[in-house]
Write a protein that binds this ligand. Structure first.
Ligand code: 5GP
Ligand code: MG
Ligand code: MG
Length: 185
């Protein structure tokens, strides 16, 4: 599937490449300032696979060096709803004792997965655990996920692109958008 056809599967473009980069740049400046004096102990933790693009661009927008590590989890749930019961598929390589962990995420929907990950990382002796997500849906506000850094609040529609998939497709789209109905049927 070439880029043109991939783009044609979108109903709406919510965020262009430029809008995404601009917002990530702002978040990076804010994070760097907030972690002043702690940069050497800052560890960015990405959650595979959706956060791959966000991590790459957010990290390069930081004014200085920061360490990075990755986790992969599977969330048990029925259909598209996550249950909050999480299994670790790939754990961190890093000992996070006394680290300032910043979880870098693509999107928070129910927030159940992320709440579990945060509690898990806190129990390992991290000095702090905060969350930076590019996108947040309205559900996330309900379960009170304490998310310090949010790129954009979006409506409760299913979105793809920029790391986000539908059936493992569209992750490599440079924009973020909603899928056209013909893709589902
Ligand atoms: P939560 O536990 O917050 O409900 O689940 C968040 C995860 O569900 C995200 O990391 C992502 O993998 C997936 N997800 C939630 N909403 C969307 C969406 O609109 N589009 C895509 N592609 N994935 C989503
Ligand atoms: Mg994710
Ligand atoms: Mg997915």
């Amino acid at each position: 599937m070439d880029a043109e056809h991939m783009g044609a599967d979108l109903e709406n473009v919510l965020f262009t490449e430029e809008q995404i980069q601009q917002r990530l740049g702002e978040l990076a400046q804010q994070v760097w300032a907030d972690y002043d004096g702690k940069h050497d102990d800052l560890l960015l933790v990405g959650v595979l696979k959706g956060a791959v693009m966000v991590m790459a661009d957010f990290m390069r927008a930081l004014p200085g060096s920061a360490a990075m590590d990755w986790m992969a989890v599977s969330s048990y749930g029925s259909g598209t709803k996550s249950s909050g019961v999480v299994r670790i598929l790939k754990d961190l390589d890093t000992d996070i004792t006394d680290k300032h962990v910043l979880i870098v995420e693509d999107i928070i929907d129910s927030g159940l997965t992320l709440n579990w990950i945060r509690t898990n990382l806190e129990s390992r002796g991290a000095r702090s655990v905060e969350i930076c997500t590019l996108l947040r849906k309205p559900e996330a506000a309900k379960v009170e996920v304490d998310t310090r850094y949010v790129g954009f609040d979006i409506p409760p529609a299913f979105v793809v692109g920029y790391g986000l998939d539908y059936d493992e497709k569209y992750r490599n789209l440079r924009v973020i958008g909603t899928l056209a109905p013909h893709v589902y049927s």
